[in-house]
Design a protein around this ligand. Sequence first.
Ligand code: PLP
Length: 468
Amino acid sequence: LRAAIDTTALVSPLVEIDRQHLIHPVSSMRAHEARGATVLTSGKGMYVRDADGNDLLDAFAGLWCVNVGYGQDSIVKAAAEQMTKLPYATGYFHFASEPAILLAERLIELAPNSLNRVYFTLGGSDAVDSAIRFITNYYNVMDKPSKKQFIALERGYHGSSSTGAGLTALAAFHRNMDLPLPNQHYISSPYPYRHKTETDDAGIIAQSVRELKAKVESLGGPDHVAAFFCEPIQGSGGVIVPPKGWLKAIRQACTELGILLVVDEVITGFGRTGPMFACEHEGVEPDLMTVAKGLTAGYAPMGAVLMSEDIYQVLASSTASGATIGHGYTYSGHPVSAAVGLEVLRLYTDGGVLANGQMVARDFAGGLDSLKTNPIVGDVRGQGLLGAIELVANKDTKARFDPALKLPDRLFAKGYENGVIFRAFGDNIIGLAPALVATPDEIWSIFERIGKTLDDLLEESDIRAALS
Ligand code: PLP
């Protein structure tokens, strides 16, 4: 396998055109211009192929979304049939399409019991943005216009809409963007490996609840706070798995405070952590839930915000005179995406994909454990098929590697050379989210390739010298 940073790629016409015209999401534009794109051309099962013909084991399911793996013909067929029959139907003017209606019904069947209404979006960012807009509208209709403050978690990610990116608590999403907004606030991440004050699970949970209550108080009390947003496992913040019981305690605190709980299951939904939704681990019933990614497994863009019947009824009450709620997208409930979603949900359930994911999760946990003894692995963590390996320069002090070593870029490039794609986060955390269709052998192969990648890195003198 050739390295990701490949000088032969510089002569590819596609790479050159990309460099001239295509702006990439969440990237250093200058670094991209220098490096050039890695063009992917096809995918099958757990593997993607690049323009040089290299087959790479995708341990990140694209961007934690291709949960059913690549090349699922039944999804292609469902999309083609819908595109042939009716490629587009608006949801405006009381129109609807059969797949959008059936997908809403199926989602509600599968979702936590508290949720009964679905609003379709194009992805996760606009699902979060829609949730914020509906909540704002809800409290205004309720004649509680002072409830305008939003609270989320440090290290949280809630997409990059102009409002939602302020609930995202990652510095890159705020830099030069005039965020967070004045009504957006955070409490500490329940990050067991690096918790600021607590060392045991019960302490971390109690601290989160205390902080949430104190934050609400500092904002003038519950009459001023609309909602708390969180991911059940923080994804882009570094795959941070809170202690068992954390989400349940947060649910209880939000109920006591009289603020809405929005659970963002954009990554954790659709079997990623084992059950269909991560809320199910603790029987948590949120007031609203955002989903995307696994909903269509990346085969077509789609997301959704699900809400309780109570919230829906309040919103609807303001439209009795025929007034509309001014929130909508041309492609809300897009029939082709909805047809894809219906087939993807069938694959999870009747197609056995969720059950397979639960089965190989044991191998995944074993693979994570097998890396614990590596000299630069400080922590491994995960749930279901969502996991992380946190690298440190010193296991005792948990000291991070010097950013000047550019470890994430080097990790990614070495992984690529070893035939595996994973996420290499800025804090030297390897993120893993393989498709739920993996065989045990494919899961073990991911860890063998990562182990080799870490060993290769350790052979480099500056990395060895950085170990303390
Ligand atoms: N919420 C969470 C938890 C996410 O992880 C993401 C994307 O990674 C989003 C929202 C935004 O979704 P999208 O990229 O589809 O807009």
